[in-house]
Design a protein around this ligand. Structure first.
Ligand code: GCU
Length: 602
C-alpha cells in the first residue's frame, strides 16, 4: 500500500479515536435522573489472570461461540458462571479473595425500542482500577481510576437484539497508579458500582454547574452563577432554567460551542446548612432535553483561622470513613449502605465526614446533601505516588475532573483534598502545587486541603511544640494534620506535654488521629488493642487538640473497622484495620462515647 494510501486510514483511525475519546470525555452528570436501562444484576465473567484479553487468536471481546463441532475457542462465557454488578469479585467468590489481575464481564441485552432520534451511552459509576469497554465486538476505550464515573457512546453500534457489552476490569496495583502499589485498604476489584445504558436526545445537556455567588451572600437579592454544557450537532440558541419555589423561569443564551455561562437573581433564598439542608427542585431545559435535580446553595470560605459557612464560623465535628459496608464486606454501592454509615455518623453527633481516601459512591454524597452533613472529598494521591511521572499527573487531573464534574452541585461537599501523607520532596511539591492550581481553575466554590503528616514522630521531637512547615501548606486553604501521638509514637500521656502549631494564618483540621481496639477486648488503659486503651487515647488526644489555636475541626480515624491486607495481627486484626469506633459487626466501642460526648459540647 503506498504511503498516501496508508495515511488515509491512519487519519480516519485518529479521527475515530478522537471521537471515541470525546464520547468518553462527554461527561454525563446526574444519571439517576435521566432515561436509562439498568444493566445491574448477574453478568457472565471470564478469568484472565495473565491479562491476555483472549487466547489462540481470538479476543474475549469478540464474544465468539463455535457454530459447529469443529469450532475452536479456549474460553467462554457460560451461563453458570456469574458475578453480581455492582459488587467486587473478591467477596463474591472465595477463590477471588486476593485476585489481582483481569476479569472480563459480559452483559447481553435487547433494545426493542431503539430510536433513531436518541443517543446511547454506556455509563459506569466505577470499576476498580482500569476498565476496557467493548460493545458488540468494538473496543470503545479504556478508563483508569477505580472511583470515578465514566461513559462511552454506543449509538452507532446499538442493535434491537443480542447486544453484548464486554468490559475487562483489571485491579492490579502498579507503581504509576493512583493510588500506587501500597495502600491501607482492601483492593476490591471489579465493577464495584452500577452500570446503565443512558438514552439522551441527539443534542442534550451533558452537564451543568450551579453555585451561590459569594459576593451576594449579604444581599437581599442573591446571585446564582450557572454554566451549561450541551453536546450534539443541533445546538439550540436558548435554554431555560426553572426553580419553581423561587419563581424562576429564565431563558439562557446558548453559544455556538454549547457551553454557556449565566446568572440567576433570586429573592428569599434559603441557604443550605447542616441545620437547614434546604434543597431546591431545579429543571434545566434545552432543545428536546430536560433534566431535573435537587440543589442546595451555600458559601464556604476561610477568614484567618476560621472556616465560614454562609459567612458564619463553623466547627467541623467530623469522622473519617472508607467507602465500605463492613457488614457485607464489600465496597459500598447502595443507598442502604450510605444510610447505614451516615446514620452512625449522625449518632456520633457529626456534621462533617472525611470521605477517605478516594471518591465515594454518588448516592452517599447526595444523601449527605439531604441530611445536612458536610463532606471532605479526595483523590487517592496517597503515600508513594510517582510524582515525577507526567502520565500520573495527567491521570490525577482527569480523575479529579471526573469527581468535580460529578459532585460540583452538591452543597455538602466543601473541601477538595489533594493528598494524604506524602513526603515533602520537590517533585511532590511541584505536582501538588499544579494540582491545587488546576482544581482552583475548575472550581472556586470549595476549599482545598491535604492531609499532612509531620516528617517525624512528634514524640521523638525535642521541643514541646512542633511547627508544621511543609511547603505545600502555602497552596492550601486549610492545614489538615494526621497526628498519631500516643499510638504510633509514645503513649497517650505524651499528649499532655506536646502540642503543635504552624507558621500560617490558616484554619487547622485534625484530619486523622486514633488507635486500634478489638471490640469486646477489655483490659486496663495501657493494654494495647483494648477498648480502654483506645478510649483513653481519645480522651488525651482531644484534650491536646482542644488547646490548639485555630483548630476548627477534626475527623478522627475512623468511624468503623474496615478491611485492609496490611493488618494481619492474628486474633486482633486478621485483615481488618481496627481503628474504628465501631466494629465490623456494627458494635460501638467505648471510645465512640468519648467523641460523642465531646461533640455534644461543641
Ligand atoms: C494513615 C493513613 C490511613 C491509615 C491510618 C492507619 O494515616 O492515612 O489510611 O489507615 O493512618 O495507620 O490506620
Amino acid at each position: 500500500m503506498s504511503q498516501k494510501h496508508l495515511l488515509l486510514p491512519m487519519a480516519l483511525i485518529l479521527c475515530l479515536w478522537t471521537v471515541a475519546q470525546q464520547a468518553q470525555n462527554t461527561f454525563i452528570s446526574n444519571t439517576e435522573n435521566r432515561t436509562f436501562t439498568d444493566l445491574n444484576g448477574k453478568w457472565n465473567y471470564i478469568l484472565d489472570p495473565y491479562e491476555t484479553g483472549g487466547m489462540g487468536g481470538r479476543a474475549i471481546s469478540d464474544n465468539y461461540e463455535p457454530t459447529d463441532k469443529t469450532g475452536r475457542v479456549e474460553y467462554g462465557f457460560t451461563e453458570g458462571r456469574t458475578l453480581y454488578v455492582p459488587g467486587s469479585w473478591n467477596t463474591q467468590k472465595p477463590e477471588l479473595e486476593y485476585f489481582e489481575a483481569a476479569i472480563w464481564y459480559r452483559k447481553t441485552f435487547d433494545k426493542p425500542d431503539l430510536s433513531a432520534n436518541k443517543r446511547y451511552f454506556v455509563y459506569i459509576d466505577a470499576a476498580n482500577q482500569t476498565a476496557t469497554v467493548t460493545f458488540n465486538g468494538k473496543t470503545l476505550g479504556k478508563h483508569e481510576g477505580g472511583y470515578t464515573p465514566f461513559n462511552f457512546e454506543v449509538t452507532d453500534l446499538m442493535k434491537e437484539k443480542d447486544n453484548f457489552l464486554i468490559i475487562g476490569v483489571n485491579n492490579k496495583r502498579d507503581a504509576d497508579d493512583i493510588p500506587a502499589k501500597v495502600h491501607d485498604w482492601y483492593n476490591y476489584g471489579g465493577i464495584t458500582r452500577g452500570v446503565k445504558l443512558i438514552e439522551v436526545p441527539n443534542t442534550f445537556i451533558n452537564n451543568y454547574f450551579l453555585s451561590l455567588d459569594r459576593s451576594s451572600l449579604d444581599q437581599k437579592t442573591k446571585h446564582i452563577n450557572g454554566k451549561l454544557e450541551l453536546t450534539g450537532t443541533s445546538l439550540p440558541k436558548k435554554a431555560r432554567i426553572l426553580i419553581p419555589e423561587l419563581k424562576i423561569d429564565q431563558e439562557i443564551d446558548v453559544n455556538p460551542k454549547g457551553a454557556t455561562n449565566f446568572q440567576v437573581n433570586v429573592k428569599n433564598l434559603e441557604l443550605w446548612s447542616p441545620e437547614t439542608p434546604k434543597l431546591y427542585n431545579i429543571t434545566i431545559k434545552a432543545g428536546e432535553d430536560s433534566i431535573n435535580d435537587e440543589i442546595g446553595f451555600r458559601t464556604i470560605e476561610t477568614r484567618g483561622k476560621e472556616i465560614l459557612l454562609n459567612g458564619k464560623p463553623v466547627f467541623l465535628k467530623g469522622i473519617c470513613l472508607h467507602d465500605e459496608n463492613p457488614l457485607r464486606k464489600d465496597r459500598a454501592n447502595s443507598i442502604e449502605d450510605a444510610e447505614l454509615v451516615l446514620g452512625w455518623a449522625q449518632e456520633l453527633g457529626c456534621n462533617f465526614i472525611r470521605l477517605a481516601h478516594y471518591p465515594h459512591q454518588e448516592k452517599l454524597v447526595r444523601l449527605a446533601d439531604k441530611l445536612g452533613i458536610l463532606l471532605w472529598e479526595e483523590l487517592p494521591l496517597y503515600w508513594g505516588i510517582q510524582w515525577e511521572n507526567p502520565e500520573v499527573l495527567k491521570k490525577a487531573k482527569a480523575q479529579y475532573a471526573e469527581m468535580i464534574n460529578r459532585d460540583y452541585n452538591r452543597a455538602s461537599s466543601i473541601i477538595w483534598s489533594i493528598a494524604n501523607e506524602t513526603a515533602p520532596i520537590p517533585s511532590r511539591n511541584e505536582f501538588l502545587s499544579e494540582m491545587a492550581d488546576y482544581i482552583r481553575g475548575i472550581d472556586q466554590t470549595r476549599l482545598i486541603s491535604a492531609a499532612i503528616k509531620k516528617d517525624q514522630e512528634l514524640d521523638g521531637h525535642p521541643d514541646s511544640v512542633y511547627t508544621y512547615n511543609d511547603p505545600l501548606i502555602e497552596k492550601l486553604d486549610i492545614l489538615s494534620i494526621n497526628e498519631y501521638l500516643g499510638w504510633y509514637g509514645g503513649l497517650p500521656e505524651a499528649c499532655r506535654t506536646k502540642s503543635f502549631t504552624s507558621g500560617f494564618e490558616k484554619p487547622i483540621i485534625i484530619s486523622e488521629f486514633g488507635g486500634g481496639a478489638l471490640q469486646g477486648f477489655h483490659g486496663d488503659k495501657r493494654t494495647r488493642w483494648s477498648e480502654e486503651f483506645q478510649e483513653d487515647l481519645y480522651k488525651e488526644s482531644i484534650a491536646m487538640f482542644d488547646k490548639i489555636d485555630g483548630m476548627v475541626g477534626m475527623t478522627p480515624w475512623i468511624l468503623v473497622d474496615y478491611m485492609s491486607p496490611l493488618r494481619q495481627l492474628p486474633g486482633i486484626q486478621d485483615g481488618w484495620n481496627r481503628k474504628g469506633l465501631i466494629s465490623e459487626k456494627g458494635i460501638k466501642k467505648k471510645a465512640f462515647y468519648v467523641l460523642k460526648e465531646y461533640y455534644s459540647r461543641k
